[in-house]
Design a protein around this ligand. Structure first.
Ligand SMILES: *[C@@H]1O[C@H](CO)[C@@H](O)[C@H](O)[C@H]1NC(C)=O
Length: 162
């Protein structure tokens, strides 16, 4: 909490905070986009604070500029933002070379509009494709194809009446 903040004002600010959240799944060694979108964004003076587990600095955008001075070492050289998307209110963050330890809650805080978007990231081992999956799905499609003559047989008695 900001120490300069006079308590009654802080309470009002907290009450007006807009919070939204979602869950995202990523795979180890892969990459993932952590979404953060705010439509009615004043385009000047963009200030965005991406945080991990509330206090670890993932990315700062200060007055419309990337500020990585205080970025946590955990995320070094693994983040990317998309300035060309800011005009659309899109402050999504790309996280690359995912590790198990990246799992957890991320938040995108936009102080000028009291908005927080929380993204819960689950990093999983990429499932290895099972050999049975191929034949299984093709047998399903064969069954689907065999349905059409059957449907025709069902319709033919009706056709005789016409
Ligand atoms: C936001 O920008 C990212 C990066 O360009 C893109 O992948 C994503 O689809 C955008 N999100 C929306 C909702 O437009």
């Amino acid at each position: 909490m900001d120490k300069r903040c006079w308590l009654p004002v802080c309470v009002i600010l907290l009450m007006e905070l807009q919070v939204s959240s979602q869950e995202i799944v990523g795979f180890t060694r892969g990459k993932v986009i952590l979404p953060c979108r705010y439509n009615a964004m004043p385009t000047k003076e963009v200030n965005i604070f991406w945080r991990y587990k509330d206090d670890r600095n993932v990315y700062n955008i200060v007055s419309g500029k990337a500020d990585l001075a205080d970025q946590d070492r955990q995320f070094r050289d693994r983040t990317r933002i998309f300035p060309e998307e800011w005009a659309n209110g899109n402050f999504s963050l790309l996280l690359t070379d995912l590790k198990d330890s990246d799992s957890g809650s991320y938040s995108c805080f936009i102080p000028t509009v009291n908005f927080i978007h929380q993204v819960k990231l689950f990093v999983q081992e990429k499932p290895t494709p099972e050999p049975e999956v191929g034949p299984k799905s093709s047998s399903v499609s064969i069954r689907g194809q065999n349905l059409s003559p059957f449907l025709f047989l069902l319709l033919s008695p009706t056709l005789h009446f016409l």
